[in-house]
Design a protein around this ligand. Structure first.
Ligand code: SF4
Ligand code: SF4
Length: 538
């Protein structure tokens, strides 16, 4: 329960399996372990089916009369459209290699949070209605009837999966439970069973350009405020172009970067970097959001939101796109963009205007990750950096799931960090790179009402941070995902107090020696540059 989430009474993890057969669904919607349902006005705004008022704790979920038919038709339709769906439902041998790899199982001890059993919740329905053995042998073949209780169980457990794909790294067959979660969420949406912390941000992105609902004039005011702050901190006046037609590059970042904390300092880092290299670029108020909350809802919604970035690139007449420190924006670009809206042939092959490097990897999407771009600048000695300005930090790096497993961007952030700070320490090997542990709050699970599950799911990540804190005195966890920057601070405050969170480009902005700057006496947070305790890289 939410009340349990206090330092005085830490969460307990009970790994005793329940006596009840897993096939009998029985979900207890405890406060603190689920997200609130979507508000109908946001569902209507997006044109989603069956908007209505209901609560998970209600007995009657006000399902449409033909709900069962709708779900079965939805499964049939997706079996026809996605080969991976049928394949992943058919080939699991229940070896259990994935069972203890999910952070939600580790943090909750609930067997239905084992990836294998999570998928079984859906697979059992597939067997019952779409396989011969299931139709004939029923429970003996692992099949069960589709009931309202099963639906409730889907809602609970498929919104206790952050779609992080850690389990798929360990599955000998490559079964991707994240894709099963995506299918289940699509099916739930057919009945209007959505959570608000997905649908509202998605609808805001349509209405105002970004998930926080910040209108264009407020975006402009925020930018002006950042310009003033940079002036005060560094003595440098940066120009921040917005909606500028004919710029060479369109820059897209998650909206939290220009609104939330500690994201804000990463935003200042972006602006300083672009100023220093004289980048010919623009922000957009229409595409003022990199994050794609549609990905957590359905392929259709993800496609619609992704299209905004490309239609804005076309309208502004830029040559290519640069993308900031965001997680799921990059997963959509890397894994789905080409199928959704690509290839972006109306744009040009991205070439760094500073180093001349051709980003051939982005030939199809025409979108380059800022860490690739900055690492290339550093490699070509185009930046003057003073790592001692980050000496107050002993730094570790959290591989965001979407960036590491979803995109394969592993080295560039580390390369940057080793150049902008003197004390960088890796967390244990089985918790980083492809095997990174999720923050526990991605894929729409980052709402306050879901805090107990977030703290449980984030426990393995926090435990690894605790290790480097105790071993090396690490006091800063860096990451390149806006959801991480929002959700890791409360997680660390609970499990590992004394460790702050920052974006990689915040440290770039601290270390960057900008032409014409005054002597820096503070970092971008306005804190004194204490210095002196940085150590060699490890
Ligand atoms: S590791 Fe793969 S095959 Fe084994 S139980 Fe998990 S999903 Fe099934
Ligand atoms: S995708 Fe991540 S959250 Fe979902 S079952 Fe696998 S490990 Fe757990």
């Amino acid at each position: 329960m939410v009340e349990e989430v206090s330092k005085e009474k830490p969460l307990t993890i009970d790994y005793t399996p329940p006596l009840k057969n897993w096939m009998e669904p029985a979900v207890e919607f405890r406060k603190g372990t689920y997200g609130y349902p979507a508000a109908p006005k946001h569902e209507k705004y997006l044109g989603l089916p069956n908007p209505g008022v209901w609560q998970p704790t209600d007995k009657d979920w006000k399902l449409p009369e033909n709900w069962k038919e709708t779900i079965l038709r939805g499964i049939k339709d997706r079996l026809g459209r996605y080969r991976s769906f049928r394949l992943f439902l058919d080939i699991c041998v229940r070896c259990g290699a994935c069972a203890d790899k999910c952070h939600f199982f580790i943090g909750s001890g609930d067997p239905k949070n084992m990836p294998v059993l999570r998928t079984e919740l859906l697979r059992s329905i597939y067997r019952r209605y779409f396989t011969f053995s299931g139709r004939v042998f029923g429970k003996l073949a692992g099949a069960r009837d589709l009931t309202e209780e099963v639906l409730k169980e889907w809602f609970y457990y498929f919104y206790q999966c952050t779609e992080c794909r850690r389990c798929s790294v360990f599955c000998p067959y490559g079964i991707d439970t994240c894709e099963m979660t995506m299918m289940a969420r699509e099916l739930l949406n057919l009945l209007g069973l959505n959570i608000n912390w997905i649908v509202e941000p998605a609808s805001n992105s349509y209405r105002t350009g970004n998930h926080l609902g910040i209108p264009p004039h407020a975006f402009k005011s925020t930018v002006d405020f950042a310009v003033d702050e940079i002036q005060e901190l560094t003595g440098v006046t940066v120009k921040v172009p917005i909606n500028r037609k004919g710029a060479e590059i369109l820059f897209i970042a998650p909206s939290a970067d220009y609104f939330a904390s500690p994201h804000w300092y990463t935003f200042l880092g972006y602006l300083l970097l672009f100023h220093e290299i004289g980048l010919d670029y623009t922000w957009s108020t229409y595409a003022s959001e990199g994050g794609n909350f549609g990905l957590f809802h359905s392929a259709d919604l993800a496609k619609r939101l992704n299209a905004k970035i490309y239609s804005e690139a076309k309208r502004l007449g830029v040559k290519w796109i640069l993308g900031g420190e965001c997680g799921h924006m990059w997963r959509v670009i890397h894994q789905y963009m080409d199928t959704f809206n690509g290839p972006a042939d109306f744009l040009e092959e991205p070439i760094s205007p500073v180093t001349g490097t051709h980003f051939e990897n982005a030939n199809s999407t025409k979108m380059v990750h800022l860490c690739e771009f900055t690492a290339d600048l550093i490699k070509n000695n185009k930046l003057e950096l003073d790592p001692s300005r980050n000496n107050k930090w002993k730094v570790t790096y959290h591989d965001s799931c979407n960036i590491s497993r979803g995109v394969g961007l592993l080295e560039e952030p580390r390369y940057i960090l080793r150049n902008v700070c003197s004390g960088f320490y890796e967390m244990p090997e089985n918790t980083i790179r492809e095997r990174t542990f999720c923050c526990g709050s991605g894929a729409g699970l980052g709402s306050d009402e879901n805090m107990e599950m977030r703290l449980r799911g984030g426990f393995p990540r926090a435990n690894a941070v605790k290790y480097v804190k105790e071993q090396y005195g690490v006091n800063l966890l860096t990451c390149i995902c806006a959801i991480d920057r929002a959700t890791l601070p409360p997680l660390l405050e609970y499990w590992v107090p004394g460790v702050d969170v920052a974006g990689v480009h915040e440290l770039v902005g601290n270390a960057l020696v900008v032409r014409g700057e005054k002597e820096r006496t503070t970092n971008l947070r306005g804190e004194p540059l204490t210095g002196g305790d940085g150590e060699d890289h490890v």
